[in-house]
Design a binder for this molecule. Structure first.
Ligand code: NAD
Length: 486
């Protein structure tokens, strides 16, 4: 019997069924649940609850807020397996991948526990006679977060814990494709002591997002998703006077120098490109390999690995790659594989028709590898967001670097080499926000900050770490002079 996923407003679960969307188990293709689309009325209700909670929450001392966040982190740690199961059930990735992603979210909650320190500002004594100057970081009001399907727990945890730690209240709008784990995240936050109305949850698609973007009661929007939607979010929220950070899509290149260790690189490329079925904004999807012979040798190492990937339901032990999230997404990825063939790229491994036994109705696809990909091809230029890796053969580092830098996306990138000077030159010159040196998925740790460049971001402020404190607070600088009583 399919379940209904509730909205949560002012601590109360609400199920509405006027416009319902299906939730699938990607491993079987079955409809396992429904989620209602929040309309203007429901969003109004959520904004009112958040505005009312803001009055008390914003004046709750940061050390008291930190105590609740410590308790939240403790509950998340205790419930990590259950959260991972919810991710796998609706997203499809393996339990190990799901658990690792929840952990990456918990790491950010860990950072928010230091909020009294992060908010303490600076103080300049005696800037003139009897005069001091100091800074305050004050909350914005009601903030909203809109998340993509690929990391339903992690990206939500990148947003609301820091927003509320800074004294704001929050409305989360998760992806309609896998909304259940966000319900559990918010239940646990309330169990930890977050007061009613401080975090609210509304579900939906474009209809709900557009209401949030234009709502006068919302002060800031944090968005993660595809670039086309990120651009729309950035424009609309800006017109409606909101602070906005919008993170978009990616086409992450790596450069493989001929001195790199071929076994290490083959391993790194396979895990990065095909992990989470390629549905990661930091997955490597283009390998620019230097030298013809070295490219042939690397392909010879990778091909059997890709063909032998263990593909199946994410809940099964030993599975390395789960299904894609929906049939619609499967068709999109498949269409790119067809385009690549038509464009004349060499199809080294074709995973497009692969179905594991007994799961023929699931949204499965095998790993696909294209060689001789050219920068003019659509499979090179556009984001595929599936288990497809393209190899571009390049003669030298400068040519490879030029390719990376001329691509419209600039999220993550990596170089594989044993040459320190090449690595240093790459880190200095590459046009991308997150750089790996012999690290294939260079997602920064929770106490640094996350963010791409170019069309991978529409704003100039990163996610989590100190950037998040800046995003979720307004700076006020006080200059004071006190005179002696006469
Ligand atoms: P998406 O853009 O389709 O959806 C993201 C969110 O926007 C969802 O909550 C969805 O309900 C909403 N939405 C969808 N269409 C909309 C529209 N027309 N108007 C308003 N809102 C809309 O993205 P997705 O398919 O859920 O996620 C995959 C994309 O996210 C990929 O492009 C991936 O690269 C990107 N991503 C980027 C990062 C990053 O940090 N840069 C991280 C994860 C995912």
């Amino acid at each position: 019997m399919p379940y209904d996923v509730p909205h949560i407003i002012n601590g109360q679960p609400i199920v509405i069924k006027e416009r319902n969307l299906n939730i699938y188990n990607p491993a079987t293709g079955e409809v396992i649940g429904h989620v209602g689309v929040a309309d203007q009325l429901l969003v109004d209700k959520a904004v009112k609850a958040a505005q009312s909670a803001f009055e008390t929450w914003s004046t709750t001392p940061p050390p008291q807020r930190a105590k609740i966040l410590f308790q939240y982190k403790f509950l998340l740690d205790q419930n990590i397996d259950q959260l991972a199961k919810l991710v796998t059930q609706e997203h499809g990735k393996t339990l190990a991948e799901a658990k690792a992603s929840v952990q990456r979210g918990i790491d950010v909650v860990d950072y928010t526990c230091g909020i009294p320190n992060h908010l303490k500002g600076s103080f300049a004594e005696e800037v003139a006679k009897d005069m001091d100057c100091y800074s305050l970081h004050q909350p914005l009001g009601v903030c909203a977060g809109i998340t993509p399907f690929n990391f339903p727990a992690m990206i939500a945890l990148w947003m609301f814990p820091m927003a509320i730690a800074c004294g704001n209240t929050f409305i989360l709008k998760p992806s309609e494709k896998d909304p259940s784990c966000s319900v559990r995240l918010i239940e646990l936050a309330m169990e930890a002591g977050v007061p009613k109305g401080v975090i609210n949850l509304v579900h939906g698609d474009k209809e709900t997002v557009d209401v949030l973007l234009m709502h006068p009661g919302i002060k800031a929007i944090s968005f993660v998703g595809s670039s086309a939607v990120a651009e729309h979010v950035h424009q609309t929220a800006t017109i409606h006077n909101k602070r906005v950070q919008a993170f978009g899509g990616a086409k992450n290149h790596c450069i493989v120098m001929p001195d790199a260790d071929p076994d290490q690189v083959a391993d790194a490329l396979v895990t990065s490109a095909y992990g989470s079925a390629g549905e990661r904004c930091m997955a490597l999807s283009v390998a620019t390999i230097i030298g013809e012979k070295f490219t042939d040798a690397l392909i010879a190492k990778m091909k059997p690995r890709i063909e032998q990937l263990k593909i199946g339901p994410g809940t099964e032990a030993g599975v390395e790659m789960g299904p894609l999230v929906t049939q619609q997404h499967w068709e999109r990825v498949k269409s790119y594989i067809d385009i690549g063939k038509q464009e004349g790229a060499t199809l080294v491994v074709d995973g497009s028709e692969y179905k594991p036994k007994n799961f023929e109705s699931g949204f499965f696809m095998g790993g696909t590898l294209f060689d001789h990909v050219k920068p003019s091809m659509r499979i090179y230029r556009e984001e595929i967001f599936g288990p497809v890796l393209s190899i571009v053969r390049t003669p030298d580092l400068n040519t490879a670097l030029k390719l990376v830098n001329e691509h419209e996306y600039g999220n993550g990138t990596a170089i594989f080499t044993r040459d320190g000077y090449a690595a240093r030159t790459f880190a200095e010159k590459v046009q991308a926000g997150m750089v790996g040196i012999n690290v294939p998925v260079p997602v920064p740790v929770a106490y640094q900050s996350f963010g791409g460049w170019k069309r991978s971001i529409f704003s100039d402020i990163g996610m989590y770490g100190s950037e998040a404190v800046r995003f979720y607070t307004k700076l006020k600088t006080v200059t004071q002079r006190w005179f002696p009583r006469t």
